[in-house]
Write a protein that binds this ligand. Structure first.
Ligand code: UD1
Length: 432
């Protein structure tokens, strides 16, 4: 098992390029299942979740080949299997999009219940409600979601909770349903618009993505296209917060600044200086950061996926910050690890109270999930001394080359393999 070793205290400075969005990539790839042509997806991040999904696609018969590190050619015409229950499907959350895509294409799908980060109960009842409204019979047997329909017929579907996954999954299945489907109380995240844009380019008829009412008129066929996915707002936000915690001066490039509004507002409240261009944001930290309060919610609210990173930042700010987690029932499991670095946080239910002004010090910690791992990296960058972060496979699920990007900004960070010792780390430092 690999770890990151970080010697904190370096001020980050420079430019960092942001990869394509993980949560768009993991929706767009399953969408290609429905194409009767060959699709090329560009700007894909080179991360574990995408690798797992591509394995899952190959398992059902898709021909996938990389044109380069960030561009994949997917030929779904060879898919001959509506059953996706292998190990790669079980590893990631977004494999649930295979249900909507296979159901749309074959009118039947059998997909293993998804894995992903453990934030407590992660139901998929709204996905199932949508598939049933379209005419499918859906049951869960031995950890496998089985959906079968004689035909899919458009329907009005009101989501009881604003769900990214349910919105995209229903959109996928409804693309091949007879007549019109209306999704009300739909989620509005940028990756929902991105998936709808891809489907429309392929020949779908989807209107209203990005608003809370999406109208899908069913079509008979989708063609092959070349599509470039949007930049990753969560990766961008992670580097912006890393800049802030180190009092740095970092320009985050290749992004859509509008997607970052909830974070730029909070960093400004904390007295960071923010400069926006067409496709970049420059964050200049401040030695006197002021605390703030955050309530996570669906887009355009503050993203829950930046909540752990903000806990790390609030720990060194002046004053007390309060974070209310409104999306996931149990997303503070990482706090005990952050406390090992000196963060002073108390959690009660959905609320974390962060006492600012902590003097962070290096320690040995473990990532408990993807964004929790990012929070530990951020805290370690500001901590005095050496931090070793274990379980970094979680971080690799969603961040491409995080240690290389941070090192290029001036961080002292190395990846070490199992069996590496303090001695050979100092050797590595001497020889690089
Ligand atoms: C997606 C993101 C994840 C992010 C989350 C919220 C992907 C692959 N993952 O997850 O990183 O944290 O959005 O922005 O895009 N819910 C139900 N029933 C359902 C579905 C969801 O009650 O059928 C609830 C969930 O328990 C949660 C809330 O709705 O409280 C939001 O979940 P949802 O938006 O569906 O999250 P995901 O799509 O799984």
């Amino acid at each position: 098992m690999e770890s990151f070793v970080i010697n904190g205290g370096q001020r980050l400075k420079g430019d960092v390029f942001i990869n394509g969005a993980k949560n768009a990539g993991v929706a767009v790839i399953p969408a290609t299942v429905m194409s009767s042509g060959v699709c090329v997806i560009d700007n894909l991040p080179n991360i574990e979740d995408i690798t797992s999904l591509i394995e899952a696609m190959r398992d059902i018969g898709a021909k996938c080949s990389f044109r380069d590190e960030h561009s994949i050619i997917i030929d779904s015409r060879s898919i001959n299997n509506y059953i996706a229950i292998g190990e790669p499907v079980r590893k990631i959350r977004a494999s649930y999009y295979l249900i909507g895509a296979l159901l749309g294409r074959f009118k039947k799908a059998e997909v293993a219940l998804p894995g992903g980060c453990n934030f407590g109960n992660r139901p998929i009842d709204q996905h199932i409600k949508g598939f049933k409204a379209l005419g499918a019979e859906v049951m869960i047997e031995n950890g496998i979601v089985k959906a079968h329909a004689k035909e899919l017929i458009g329907a009005n579907i009101y989501l009881d909770v604003v769900s990214v996954g349910a919105t995209i999954n229903i959109m996928l299945a409804a693309t091949f349903a007879e007549g019109q489907t209306v999704i009300e109380n739909a989620a509005k995240e940028p990756h929902i618009i991105d998936t709808a844009n891809l489907l429309n380019m392929m020949g779908a008829n989807i209107k209203g993505a990005g608003t809370d009412v999406i109208r899908i008129t069913g079509v008979k066929e989708l063609k092959g296209v070349e599509y470039t996915i949007i930049p990753d707002q969560i990766e961008a936000g992670t580097y912006m917060i890393a800049a802030a915690i180190t009092g740095g001066d970092v320009t985050v490039k290749n992004i859509i600044p509008k997607h970052m509004d909830p974070l730029t507002a909070k960093l400004s409240e904390m007295h960071c200086s923010i400069f926006e261009g067409d496709d970049f944001i420059r964050v200049v930290g401040n030695s006197e950061l002021i605390s703030t309060n955050i309530k996570t919610s669906a887009y355009p609210g503050f993203p829950t996926d930046l909540q752990p990173q903000m806990t790390a930042l609030l720990s060194i700010a002046k004053g007390t910050g309060v974070i209310t987690e409104n999306v996931w029932e149990n997303r503070f499991q990482y706090i005990d690890e952050l406390k090992r670095l000196g963060c002073q946080v108390t959690v009660e239910g959905k609320v974390a109270v962060i006492e600012g002004g902590a003097k962070l010090t290096g320690s040995k910690v473990n990532a408990t999930d993807l964004r929790a791992g990012a929070a530990l990296v951020i805290a370690a960058l500001a901590a005095h001394g050496r931090t070793e972060i274990g379980n970094i496979r979680f971080i690799d699920r969603g961040y491409e080359s995080i240690e290389k990007k941070l090192a290029s900004l001036g961080a002292n960070i190395v990846r070490i393999g199992e069996g590496s010792t303090s001695e050979n780390i100092s050797f590595m430092k001497k020889t690089v």
